[in-house]
Design a binder for this molecule. Sequence first.
Ligand code: MEV
Length: 333
Amino acid sequence: MRVLASAPAKIILFGEHSVVYGKPAIAAAIDLRTYVKAEFNENGRIRIEAKDIRTPGLTVSFTEDQIYFETDYGKAAEVLSYVREAINLVMEEAGKQKGITVSITSQIPVGAGLGSSAAVAVATIGAVSRLLGLELSKKEIAKLGHKVELLVQGASSGIDPTVSAVGGFLYYQKGSFESLPVVELPIVVGYTGSSGSTKELVAKVRKNYEEMPEIIEPILNSMGRLVEKAREVILAEYDKEIKFQLLGRLMNINHGLLDALGVSTKSLSDLVYASREAGALGAKITGAGGGGCMYALAPGKQTEVATAIKIAGGVPMITKISREGLRIEEVEE
Ligand code: MEV
């Protein structure tokens, strides 16, 4: 038997960073996916194969047996560590040690702030757990995905693996979540082409928080309230136009607060301002910042905003919200 699993990328609509401090955040799954195939092998070892993993400026393919642990694949090495930790955790959970080959292909750029690590972890946990006969719920898979992120990345709120497992729109706080009705947002994601380290950015905010709590705490509280307001707008019966206007304004405020926390860069801000000038109702960083991606809400203006992002030096992606989270299928041979 073989198991095929896939899990989506995400954008944080509102509340990245403050979510690490227990405030709520809202995330959405988007339709870029990581695909994982898991099957038993005869040699008793863990084998990881990755094809066409996209890291900034580079596409790498590799095959690795667990004995060749130290090979340096740059950013792609991170993918390996997520897969290894995910397999180890599932084997521990199942109380089984087996030879398994895991093959990965991914449409999600690594290190872009689109949750590629969480999608890799969630899809691997989904595939390997099913192969080992473990029946895990999406919530349990998300919890294991969170453990993987904590092991590899050091700090994580758990929002990325949760939205990747569950899909759609998610309001998340301290490990609990509520699925919100999906609003078809006309968005454009802009990739700066450089990657930020979530671990370093979370540590940077932490340092600011510890050294100047009286300044940083009100910013985090404000972000928490902003997320509550965004949730109200998403749930309200407003017509679309008003909803987009309000969400756009909240996005712009959220971007300003993230900039105040120190996680924006010139390239991110260039893409944000270029999008607004081209007619986006709102534009903000999505994810940890320090490079990576921003997104713009651009009803009727997606093409114009995509062009403006390109001219400003970014890579635009017109993408849709994915209602579907983790998908698992068994293929009998
Ligand atoms: C999530 O994509 C980005 C951060 O909020 C970290 C986290 O929540 O784990 C910065």
